[in-house]
Design a protein around this ligand. Structure first.
Ligand code: GLC
Length: 669
C-alpha cells in the first residue's frame, strides 16, 4: 500500500507520474514520526533492521552506519567518507527481519538537498532532514495483497516502481561490449582500436567517443581536423558491427558564431544569474552557459540538437557533466583572483595557508555558485540550488524526447552521469568517475541492486576503473563482474595507463570473459526486459530472497541475478578464489577457456570456491535452469533460440526466455 503526504510547498519533480491521493500524516500507522522541533522524519531502527536503497552511493548494500546527502556531485576521487555522488536517489526500504510486516519503503520527492542519517549520529536512529522543508513523502507499507511468492522488499520495490513509471528500454545491441577512453584523438585512433580487437578475435560492439571528437569541446560539432571523415568512419564501423557512441556535455561554449550558443542566447534558453544575464561558468571548453534543461522549450530545443549526430548515423549517446559540474563561475573566479593578491609576500602560517589553499581549491563545484543562478521552471523563476537534482534528469529526458521525435520507432542508447528518480524512464546511468582500485570494484557490485530499486536498470560502471592506473589482475576481475551488467564499458581517463584488453598479455583470458558475456546475453537481456515489464529488479541482494536467513541478510559481496542465478565475484587482489555463502544448494557453472563447465554442486553453507584469474563462474539455484547461448562475435549474432539450459534439481521450474527484435518498441508500445 502506498500513501502520499505533503510537507510545505514542494516543487514538482515529475518523478511520480501516477500519484496516489494525499493522506494526512497523522493517519500514518508506521513508526516513522515527525520531530516537532526539527521537523525531521525519525524512525527508531531495530537492532536487526536493514536499510536498503539510496541508489548510487558509497558503502554497503545495507546503508546503516553513515550519513548520505542527496545532492548530485561531480566527485571523481571518492572514498567511503563521501556523502554524495553523481546521482540523487531518495528511496529506501527499512526491512525488519523480526517483524517483516512492519517493513516499509520511503521515497522523499524533492528536487533539492535531502540528508539521510542512517545511524550516523545515533546508531539505531534513522533521521531524514529536508532543509527546504518542502517535499512529498511516499510511504509504502506491506498490504494484504502482497503476493505469496515474492518477498517483502521485492513487493515494496514493485509497488514503488509501478508508481514511478516504466524504466528506459535500451536496444539489445547495447548489451555488447564497448571500448571507451578519454583521449582517442582522431579517426585513426578509433580504427586502431577496432583493428586490435579484430586481430585478436575479441568481440566489440561499441566504441565510445569522448570529448576529443568535438571541435574545442563544443556540443554538436565535429573536429574536422582530427575527424575529417566522421560520416565515413561511422559507416565503416557500422559495417564492422561497431557503433560509435559520442558524449554530449551539459555546458555550451560561449563563442560568437557558434550556432548552439547563438540560438541559446537569442531565445533566452540559458540559465540566468540574479540580474537576468546568462550565467557564465567554466567546464571543458572554458567559458560556457548551461542550457536551462528545466525549461520545457529550452529542453526541447537542446533535445533536437542530437539530430546533428543522428543524421550522421549515430544511434547512442552518453550525457555528461550534468550534475551540473562547475569548474568555476566567472564571478567567483574573478573574486578569487582579486583575493589571491592579498596573500602575495605574506607569511603563510597555519591559518593563512589553509585559507589560501581553500580559496583555490574551492573554486570548483562551489556551493555558492549553485545558489547564484536560476531556472525558468514551469513558468517560475527558481533558484538552481532548490532544484539541483533535476538538471541531469531533465537533460536526459530532453535527449530522450528529442530522439523519440527524431525516430519514434527506434530505441536509442542513452545514459547519463547525473540522475534523479524519474530519469530512469528516459535513460540508463553509468556510475560516474571511479578509480582503478579494488574497493571501487566492490562498490560497483553493491550499487547494482540499490539502483535497480530506484528503477535504473540499464547500468554499469567504468570497468577497470576510470582514474589512476589499472592493473591487469584488477582488469580481469572487474571484467568478470561487468560481464553481468547491462552496460559493459571499459573506460579510462586521459593520462592513465592504457587499458584496452589488447594492451595486456593475457588476451586468451579476456577472450574467455568476453565469450562468457555473449553467451549470457540471452539470459541477461531477458532478465533486463522482464524487469522493465514487471517492475522487478534484475540484481537483488541475497536478503531479498532468503529473508529468513540471518546470514544471507548480511552478505554484501554476492548478488542474485533474476530468479535463476547467484554471483560471487572474486574482488580481492592476489586471491585464487573466495568464500561463498550458499543459502541453498546450488551448482557452479564456470566459463573457462571459452568452454562452459558444470563444475560441482555446493550444499547450503559456506564453501571456499576456487576461481583462477580470467575465469568466471556463477551458481544456478536449486530447481532453476539457466539458458546459455553460443559463443558469438557480436550482439547481432546472439540467437536466443540456440540456447542450452543448465539446471539443477528434480522439479526444475520452466524459464521464461524473453526475446524480441531488440530495436523497436513493438511489445512495449
Ligand atoms: C568526465 C566524465 C568522464 C569523461 C571525462 C572527459 O570526467 O565522467 O567519463 O571521460 O569527463 O569527457
Amino acid at each position: 500500500m502506498i500513501n502520499r503526504y505533503t510537507f510545505g510547498n514542494p516543487i514538482e519533480t515529475e518523478a511520480v507520474p501516477s500519484k496516489p491521493s494525499l493522506t494526512s500524516f497523522s493517519k500514518n500507522k508506521t513508526r516513522l514520526q515527525i520531530n516537532p522541533e526539527t521537523c525531521d522524519l525519525e524512525y527508531p531502527l531495530a537492532k536487526d533492521s536493514i536499510v536498503y536503497g539510496l541508489g548510487e552511493n558509497v558503502r554497503g548494500i545495507n546503508k546503516r552506519g553513515f550519513k548520505y546527502v542527496s545532492y548530485c556531485t561531480d566527485i571523481p576521487n571518492h572514498s567511503e567518507d563521501q556523502e554524495s555522488l553523481y546521482g540523487a536517489h531518495n528511496f529506501i526500504i527499512i526491512f525488519n527481519p523480526s517483524a517483516p510486516e512492519t517493513s516499509l519503503g520511503i521515497f522523499i520527492d524533492t528536487p533539492g538537498k535531502v540528508i539521510f542519517d542512517i545511524g550516523f549520529e545515533s546508531l539505531d536512529q534513522l533521521t531524514i532532514s529536508v532543509p527546504s522543508g518542502s517535499f512529498d513523502l511516499y510511504i509504502i507499507s506491506i498490504s494484504e495483497n502482497i503476493s505469496l511468492n515474492s518477498g517483502v522488499a521485492d513487493s515494496i520495490v514493485r509497488e514503488f516502481r509501478q508508481h514511478i513509471g516504466r524504466s528506459y528500454i535500451a536496444p539489445k545491441w547495447a548489451f555488447g561490449y564497448g571500448q571507451s577512453r578519454w583521449g582517442y584523438k582522431c579517426s585513426e585512433d578509433i580504427r586502431s582500436v577496432r583493428d586490435e580487437y579484430q586481430k585478436l578475435g575479441l568481440p566489440l560492439d561499441m566504441i565510445y567517443l569522448d570529448i576529443d571528437y568535438m571541435e574545442r569541446y563544443k556540443d554538436f560539432t565535429i573536429d574536422r581536423r582530427s575527424y575529417p571523415d566522421f560520416e565515413t568512419l561511422v559507416e565503416e564501423m557500422r559495417a564492422d558491427g561497431i557503433r560509435l557512441i559520442p558524449i554530449i556535455d551539459g555546458g555550451v561554449k560561449k563563442e560568437s558564431g557558434y550556432d548552439v550558443y547563438e540560438e541559446g542566447v537569442k531565445n533566452g534558453y540559458f540559465c540566468k544569474d540574479e540580474d537576468g544575464n546568462d550565467f557564465e561558468l567554466g567546464v571543458w571548453p572554458g567559458a560556457c552557459h548551461y542550457p536551462d534543461m528545466l525549461n520545457d522549450e529550452a529542453r526541447a530545443w537542446f533535445g533536437q540538437k542530437y539530430k546533428f549526430l543522428t543524421d550522421k548515423g549515430i544511434e547512442g549517446f552518453w550525457n555528461d557533466m550534468n550534475e551540473p559540474a562547475i569548474f568555476y563561475s566567472a564571478k567567483h573566479l574573478k573574486e578569487v583572483f582579486e583575493s589571491l593578491d592579498e596573500y602575495r609576500g605574506d607569511n603563510l602560517d597555519l591559518n593563512k595557508f589553509f585559507e589560501f589553499k581553500g580559496l583555490v581549491e574551492g573554486i570548483n563545484n562551489n556551493p555558492e555558485d549553485y545558489r547564484s543562478f536560476y531556472h525558468n521552471y514551469r513558468g517560475q523563476k527558481v533558484l538552481h540550488d532548490d532544484v539541483h537534482n533535476l538538471f541531469g534528469y531533465y537533460m536526459t529526458r530532453g535527449a530522450y524526447e528529442g530522439l523519440r521525435k527524431i525516430d519514434p520507432s527506434k530505441r536509442f542508447l542513452l545514459f547519463s552521469r547525473a540522475s534523479y528518480i524519474g530519469m530512469h524512464r528516459y535513460g540508463g546511468i553509468w556510475t560516474g568517475d571511479n578509480a582503478s582500485i579494488w574497493s571501487h570494484l566492490k562498490l560497483n557490485l553493491r550499487m547494482l541492486p540499490s539502483l535497480n530499486m530506484c528503477g535504473f536498470l540499464y547500468i554499469g560502471a567504468d570497468m577497470g576503473g576510470f582514474g589512476s592506473n589499472t592493473t591487469e589482475d584488477l582488469m580481469l576481475r572487474w571484467t568478470a563482474l561487468s560481464i553481468f551488467t547491462p552496460l559493459m564499458r571499459n573506460h579510462s581517463a586521459l593520462g592513465t595507463r592504457d587499458q584496452e584488453f589488447y594492451r595486456f598479455a593475457s588476451t586468451p583470458l579476456f577472450k574467455n570473459l568476453l565469450s562468457a558475456r555473449y553467451r549470457l546475453v540471452p539470459y541477461l537481456y531477458s532478465e533486463y526486459m522482464k524487469s522493465v515489464r514487471d517492475n522487478t529488479m534484475m540484481f537483488r541482494p541475497l536478503g531479498f530472497v532468503y529473508e529468513n536467513d540471518s546470514i544471507a541478510l548480511e552478505i554484501e559481496d554476492q548478488l542474485l541475478i533474476g530468479d535463476e542465478i547467484m554471483i560471487a565475484p572474486v574482488m580481492e587482489q592476489n586471491a585464487s578464489g573466495r568464500v561463498v555463502y550458499f543459502p541453498e544448494e546450488m551448482s557452479e557453472i564456470r566459463f573457462e577457456d571459452e568452454n562452459v563447465i558444470a563444475v560441482k554442486k555446493y550444499p547450503a553453507g559456506f564453501h571456499y570456491v576456487e576461481l583462477p584469474l580470467g575465469a568466471v563462474n556463477l551458481f544456478v539455484r536449486m530447481n532453476r535452469k539457466l539458458p546459455i547461448g553460443e559463443a558469438v562475435a557480436s550482439i547481432d549474432e546472439v540467437d536466443s533460440t540456440k540456447v542450452i539450459y543448465y539446471g539443477l534439481g528434480s522439479e526444475v521450474k520452466p524459464y521464461e526466455l524473453y526475446d524480441d527484435d531488440g530495436v523497436s518498441f513493438k511489445e512495449f508500445g
